[in-house]
Design a protein around this ligand. Structure first.
Ligand SMILES: Nc1ncnc2c1ncn2[C@@H]1O[C@H](COP(=O)(O)OP(=O)(O)OP(=O)(O)O)[C@@H](O)[C@H]1O
Ligand SMILES: [Mg+2]
Length: 266
């Protein structure tokens, strides 16, 4: 399973990406979680601890004589996943682009360049053929357009019941589909019943693949800085993400969208 989670700011991308990665790892899969958001999010929902000020991938790049960033000699994608990722709970490996800090993105320019080069090598690396990859992209269409998750076979477009979220979702989906060979599936998040799902479907003009219920425990986990899967493992949202992952797994290779949405306790 190789997915990129995209959508409008605050839609629930990091919660879904982080929980998905943890659930896949618990299922015995080798999982690479990828965080290309310059702002915090995935590490909290994964439960991997604070983001490093100096991201490991900074070590993978150097500036050449021409002033341009390049990978340091001997750095390849297999070595990079071994050396420049960190371990998250359940054995998930986490690759991060780095966070924008007090001095902006200047201190992480090496990491940003190395990250972009690495993601473009992941798809074809034989070593990772049986790995699951889950990428949490920052809000909006920019990284979708600039292909920050070229390994992704499925784009999960997260949408909340609301017109702005739906508008972003439609735009992001359109750009993702331009890549070709990519499945785009809409996930309605924080829905409060079947009517919310129907509302989202009206707004996006397409079927919702899966609906995830709103749950105060998930929001509370965020306030406490704890991964939702650790704070409220029995939450309906976590159960819903589990069902979503199972549905995606069962579709793998079939290339068919689900007929009906699910996952909401009515
Ligand atoms: N199903 C849900 N029920 C309740 N709260 C939720 C749910 N999903 C996400 N949240 C909460 O909504 C907020 C945004 O979630 P999250 O950080 O995953 O969104 P995001 O799309 O990654 O945001 P950003 O664009 O800032 O990266 C968080 O406080 C999170 O706990
Ligand atoms: Mg996020």
């Amino acid at each position: 399973m190789r997915i990129a989670v995209v959508g409008k700011g605050g839609a629930g991308k990091s919660v879904i990406a982080g929980t998905t990665a943890r659930l896949l790892a618990r299922d015995g899969k080798r999982v690479l979680a990828l965080d290309s958001d310059l702002l915090p999010g995935l590490s909290i929902s994964l439960g991997s601890g604070p983001d490093p000020v100096d991201p490991p991938l900074n070590q993978a790049a150097e500036k050449g004589e021409n002033g341009r960033w390049r990978l340091r000699q001997g750095v390849n994608v297999v070595g990079a996943v071994k050396r420049y990722t960190t371990e998250a709970p359940d054995g998930v490996r986490l690759m991060q682009i780095g966070k924008s800090g007090k001095e902006g993105i200047q201190p992480i320019m090496g990491s940003i360049n190395a990250y972009y080069k690495m993601v473009h090598r992941l798809r074809d690396a034989k070593t990772f053929r049986d790995w699951e990859m889950v990428a949490d992209l920052p809000a909006g269409p920019r990284q979708v357009a600039f292909d920050y998750a070229p390994f992704a076979e499925t784009y999960l477009v997260v949408v909340q019941p609301g017109s702005q979220s739906a508008l972003t979702a439609r735009r992001v989906a359109k750009i993702a589909r331009m890549r070709g060979g990519t499945e785009v599936r809409f996930v309605a998040n924080r829905v409060k019943g079947k009517r919310d799902t129907a509302h989202v479907e009206r707004l996006i003009g397409e079927q919702v693949f899966w609906s995830l219920p709103a749950d105060e425990g998930v929001a509370e986990a965020e306030r406490l800085g704890i991964a939702p899967i650790d704070h409220v493992p029995d939450s309906p949202t976590i159960a819903g993400i589990g069902e979503l992952v199972a549905a995606l797994a069962s579709l793998e290779g079939q290339g068919q969208p689900m007929k009906s949405s699910n996952g909401v306790s009515s």
